[in-house]
Design a protein around this ligand. Structure first.
Ligand code: PMP
Length: 417
């Protein structure tokens, strides 16, 4: 009977979990995922998730794009397609990347199911157990999860308000190599970083590329937020400066909508074939339907104006968050001031454990992500990520006010002024 959710068991019980492959032991749920159940309660102001805000998305227009696609090109849109991705979309992706100075050939673009799949493919192709991947400190939780599933050793490299610090990178390379470890690549998010919200300065981009070339380490540049700058365009992508030593990852999740699951990797020519083979083994081909929906949207709709209206929406929310942080967070807390993207990174006095503080925040009806989620090594216990992308400015103000009071109380309790 439909709607009856009772489980019906047949056959003798089997303990299949005991038969997992070794690599399954490395698969752990992310801290963020386990937070979602609580954070998505309607009475809680969630500053936890990084979901794009679709309230400004032109739903009816997209409905007519999809309708027309099936009616007029259904035979192609609903069929299997190329493992590398649809040729027309790959050309359009090159136009999108040109906005950030990247000159690319569509043959070097591989369309993926979100850029998350590209992270998985790169890890699968390059990481042997024990290999080192260098990442920013802190870094994107989804990338950390992928790297550790492939049994990489993640080494964090310090950053400041201008992004990854080149000298810290030199030192990390030296120490790691002195310990006899093999470094495979540097993974970084140069624009409006997740979770820190900072932008890597143009000078540092050049310097980091030089360091990596010299050290024979390639760069994975993950750039889902680059077109979401609030006041000025972001600097040119690192891939614009070096087409041979950079793998560039892009995504339509934040500039169009994440439900399409369309992202891409732009790779040096020599890597393309392996990536396509690896991708075919996991998905056969990316969805023709969503690729063509995006392709029609890009060719027929004012997508740049649409990005501008998303950006305006996020800027209003960023302003609400920064203003209320100024008003309501106690002295001793510091935070980044993002010029784009979704996130603010807050640092508290080291005595405050943001994970332990979470239940008190939930009682005060506000949620965030504790800083340790963004480190592979347990660091970050006195920091937190706040996302301003989703709630309304009023709710953001409410949430920051409550959270400020929770933190101030905790500081008083611990005798911190
Ligand atoms: N990289 C970064 C830095 C992200 O923040 C995200 C999503 N939050 C992704 C990659 C994955 O995005 P998608 O798979 O939707 O393209």
């Amino acid at each position: 009977m439909s709607g009856d959710l009772t489980r019906i068991h047949t056959g003798a019980p089997q303990n299949l979990t005991q038969r997992f492959a070794h690599r399954a032991a490395m698969m752990k749920p992310s801290e963020i995922r386990s937070l979602f159940a609580v954070a998505s309660r309607p009475d809680i102001v969630s500053l936890a998730g990084g979901m794009p805000n679709l309230s400004a998305f032109p739903m009816e227009m997209m409905a007519s794009v999809a309708q027309k696609l099936v009616a007029e090109h259904g035979q192609e849109a609903l069929q299997y397609g190329s493992g590398q991705g649809h040729p027309k979309l790959r050309e359009q992706i090159c136009d999108v990347m040109a906005l950030e100075g990247v000159r690319a050939h569509p043959d070097d673009v591989i369309v993926t199911t979100g850029s998350q799949q590209a992270l998985d493919l790169i890890s699968r192709i390059f990481i042997d157990p024990g290999d080192v991947v260098l990442v920013e400190a802190p870094s994107y939780v989804g990338a950390l999860g992928t790297f550790s599933q492939y049994e990489a050793q993640v080494v964090h490299v310090a950053m400041d308000n201008d992004g990854l610090i080149p000298q810290a990178l030199r030192e990390a390379i030296e120490t790691t190599r002195a310990a006899g470890r093999k470094i495979k690549f540097l993974y970084l998010i140069p624009n409006y970083q997740n979770p820190a919200g900072v932008l890597l300065s143009p000078d540092r981009r050049t310097e980091i590329l030089e360091i990596c070339r010299k050290a024979e380490i390639f760069v994975v540049e993950d750039n889902p937020y680059g077109l979401l700058g609030f006041d000025k365009p972001s600097p040119n992508a690192m891939r614009a400066e070096d087409s041979e030593n950079v793998i560039y990852l892009g995504s339509f999740s934040k500039t169009i909508a994440p439900g399409f699951r369309v992202g891409w990797a732009l790779v040096p020519q020599s890597l393309k074939e392996k990536l396509v083979i690896a991708s075919e083994s996991s998905i056969l081909c990316p969805s023709n339907f969503t690729q063509l929906a995006i392709s029609s949207y890009l060719s027929d709709q004012p997508w740049r104006d649409q990005i501008a209206s998303f950006t305006k929406l996020y800027k209003d929310r960023r302003d609400a968050m920064l203003e209320s942080l100024d008003q309501h967070f106690p002295k001793g807390a510091t935070w980044t001031k993002p010029g784009g993207g979704f996130y603010v990174w807050v640092t508290l006095p080291p005595e405050i454990d943001t994970k332990a503080l979470m239940p008190k925040a939930i009682v005060a009806k506000v949620a965030y992500v504790p800083g340790t989620a963004f480190y592979a090594d347990g660091f970050g216990s006195w920091s937190m990520r706040l996302s301003y992308c989703y709630p309304s400015p009023e709710r953001i103000r409410e949430g920051i006010k409550s959270l400020g009071a929770v933190i101030a109380n905790e500081m008083t309790l611990r005798g911190i002024n």
